[in-house]
Write a protein that binds this ligand. Structure first.
Ligand SMILES: Cc1ncc(COP(=O)(O)O)c(C=O)c1O
Length: 379
């Protein structure tokens, strides 16, 4: 059910969260309940924010969040371990090469936009980087074709599976060549649909889009990579083994972020899991793409066949160039006045961006598209 008292929140991240998750998280800030903040369990009389991460009440939250991440996101427990780490997804740009780079072997990347470029820049500190494909020449409006066999011999192969700024998305995870760990940054679409995440040797997602709040990163990695004797020497904190061997409690965790993750995963599960999320996300994104493709004013940035169902940048490129900026500003102001918030596009694409994560209601997509058609008639 849409909550009509709130604006439609199209923010790219931090992003919309389910209302009931917000309410239950607020309640836990006042008084945590036993059993991982189960709805009918007695309150412990203390806030989640003021109890030890080593005590039972928090541990139940922590363990349940990890258990749910395996089951809801289909990350097999026998092959992969889940870590809940600080530093957001950006920290993984550093931790991935810290742990996976190997002397004499290049790291392979596909450059699909700003976030992969940042990951590439960090990896260069650790050795040679090979860029197997890039769509930078066309403003990252598609996923470039890549011959995956070109990654053979690499220390790892890294892709950004949903490109938050440019609105492109890998339909499927590739198979990396034998012996090459596939690494995926799935920050902006994890949990949005069934994905073959088990194909990734290592995956990560900043939580502030589909999984909860900022400052927490969900990482999953193949168990054989955790204590790989070939891993280069590095500071203890940056080693996956340090966190894996301490069940992500090596240092004081972001306990609030972990609670919100748990509540979000319970919310997804109760609604029918990632399959149900996919049906809604398809419906929302199809409504918007259909409007964009049938418009002579609005245009999607990403090419058909490469389009994200989560993050949809679009422009008013049908307007004469001289009027475009003013018309875009007018569209955004009117949209904002009507309660469509967070639609301003990222500066590198310009125009607008509608991020419609799991918690975003179908009603919001219907309302936006009907406003867009009405705006176009008047423009
Ligand atoms: C695909 C992708 N990777 C990485 C990041 C960086 O995440 P964080 O700010 O949590 O470090 C973002 C943030 O939006 C993102 O969209």
């Amino acid at each position: 059910m849409a909550d009509t008292t709130r604006p439609f929140n199209f923010s790219a991240g931090p992003a919309i969260l389910p209302q009931e998750v917000l309410e239950r998280a607020a309640e836990a800030v006042t008084a945590l309940r036993l059993g991982g903040h189960q709805p009918d369990a007695p309150s412990i009389g203390l806030s989640l924010l003021e109890v030890s991460h080593r005590g039972g009440p928090y541990q139940a939250v922590h363990d349940r969040a990890i258990e749910l991440a395996h089951s809801v996101l289909n990350i097999p427990e026998d092959t992969h371990q889940i870590l809940l780490l600080p530093g957001g997804a950006s920290m993984q740009f550093v931790m991935v090469p810290t742990n996976l780079s190997r002397p004499g072997r290049p790291a392979s990347f596909v450059d699909t936009g700003a976030w992969s470029s940042k990951a590439i820049a960090e990896a260069r500190h650790f050795g040679e980087v090979r860029v197997l494909g890039s769509s930078s020449d066309s403003k990252f409006d598609h996923i470039p074709p890549v011959n995956w066999a070109d990654a053979a011999g690499s220390s790892f192969l890294h892709i950004t599976t949903n490109n938050t700024i440019y609105g492109t998305e890998y339909e499927d995870l590739p198979h990396a060549p034998e012996g090459v760990p596939l690494v995926v940054d799935a920050s902006s679409h994890i949990g949005s649909r069934p994905m073959a995440l088990e194909r990734a040797a290592l995956g990560y997602a900043g939580a502030q889009k589909n999984l909860g709040c900022s400052g927490l990163c969900l990482v999953f990695l193949r168990r054989d990579l955790i204590d790989d004797p070939e891993a280069p020497a590095s500071p203890k904190f940056l080693k996956y083994a340090t966190h894996a061997n301490a069940n992500s409690l090596f240092n004081t965790p972001n306990s609030f972020g972990v609670l919100v993750l748990k509540l979000v995963l319970e919310w997804i599960e109760a609604r029918g899991g990632v399959e149900a999320m996919a049906r809604l996300n398809n419906e929302k994104s199809e409504l918007l793409y259909e409007t964009l493709d049938n418009s002579s004013l609005f245009a999607a940035h990403a090419r058909a066949g490469h389009r994200s169902r989560m993050t949809i940048p679009f422009t008013l490129n049908g307007a004469p160039e001289a009027e475009r900026d003013a018309l875009t500003a007018r569209f955004l102001t009117e949209a904002n006045d009507l309660g469509f918030q967070g639609l301003k596009g990222h500066r590198s694409v310009g125009g607008c961006r509608a991020s419609m994560y799991n918690a975003f209601p179908v009603e919001g997509a219907r309302a936006l598209t009907s406003f867009m058609r009405e705006f176009e008639r008047r423009a």
